[in-house]
Write a protein that binds this ligand. Structure first.
Ligand code: FES
Length: 255
């Protein structure tokens, strides 16, 4: 029998969300509390196994006493907080973020993007058709992965997953500045000439499909991709498998 050690007990914090009482363990974010209360806050750059990056700002909410809107994904819940998730100011901000993103990036494979665009009344085409699109062909330079820069929102989740938060390979990073910023391997080389070990972590965390497996890319191109036929193993199984692989890799490296 596997025994899972209990963590330290955490104090429960009490505050309100949209006027309703909320209680979450200390250390939870406002987003955790909103989700626990069944509120659907849009998120793009947030990953439940990565530290918040605060890159997209689509998750903003209002907090009484705060001059600016706050990102729900990174703001820790505090006792006595008064959070408002659906005010005109928060909705307006989310609408603008969605308009800016959708006018410059292809969100066609971003889950729920179309739903949010409709829900917030975003009109991406008011900036002109494909205002800042790269219109770059997807990069297919290896047998496993496809990099589609037209879909990249520069959320940095892939960089964090490849780097010190998951894989510790550091194969990818942000290159360039401003409009020229892009996720790249060293010297923008082909993936086959980089430090990439094809662990798949970057694809796992990519929220928009900018990084995808070649098999999925080929099926989408052929019109045979059916997301409803995909299954996902529970995280506990994946974690156990990862731990076993990691132990055996460590043993191999030591011997
Ligand atoms: S999801 Fe909160 S800033 Fe991106």
């Amino acid at each position: 029998m596997t025994v899972t050690p209990l963590g330290n007990p955490r104090r429960l914090l009490e505050f309100t969300i949209d006027g309703e009482p909320a209680r979450v363990p200390e250390g939870s974010t406002v987003l955790d509390a909103c989700r626990a209360g069944g509120k659907d806050i849009p998120t793009l750059c947030q990953g439940d196994t990565l530290r918040p990056k605060n890159a997209c700002r689509v998750c903003v909410v209002e907090v009484a006493g705060s001059r600016t809107l706050v990102p729900a994904c990174s703001r820790r819940a505090e006792p006595g907080m008064e959070v408002r998730t659906d005010t005109e100011r928060a909705r307006h901000s989310r609408r603008i973020v969605l308009e800016l993103l959708a006018s410059s990036v292809d969100l066609s494979t971003t889950p729920k993007a179309a739903e949010w665009i409709k829900e917030y009344g975003a009109k991406p085409d008011r900036f002109g058709p494909d205002a800042a699109r790269l219109n770059e062909e997807p990069k297919v330079d290896n047998e496993l992965y496809v990099r589609d820069y037209d879909k990249c929102i520069l959320c940095y989740q892939c960089v964090d997953a490849c780097g010190n938060q998951w894989q510790n390979t550091f194969a990818i990073s942000v290159a360039g500045r401003g409009f020229d910023a892009r996720i790249a391997v060293e010297h923008d080389a082909a993936l086959t000439d980089s430090a990439c070990v094809y662990c798949g972590n970057c694809i796992e965390v990519c929220p928009t499909g900018a990084l995808s497996f070649r098999s999925e890319f080929a099926m989408r191109a052929a019109g045979t991709w059916d997301a409803s036929k995909q299954s996902r193993r529970p995280r506990s199984a994946r974690t156990a498998e990862w731990a076993a692989t990691s132990r055996s890799t460590c043993r191999t490296m030591r011997s």
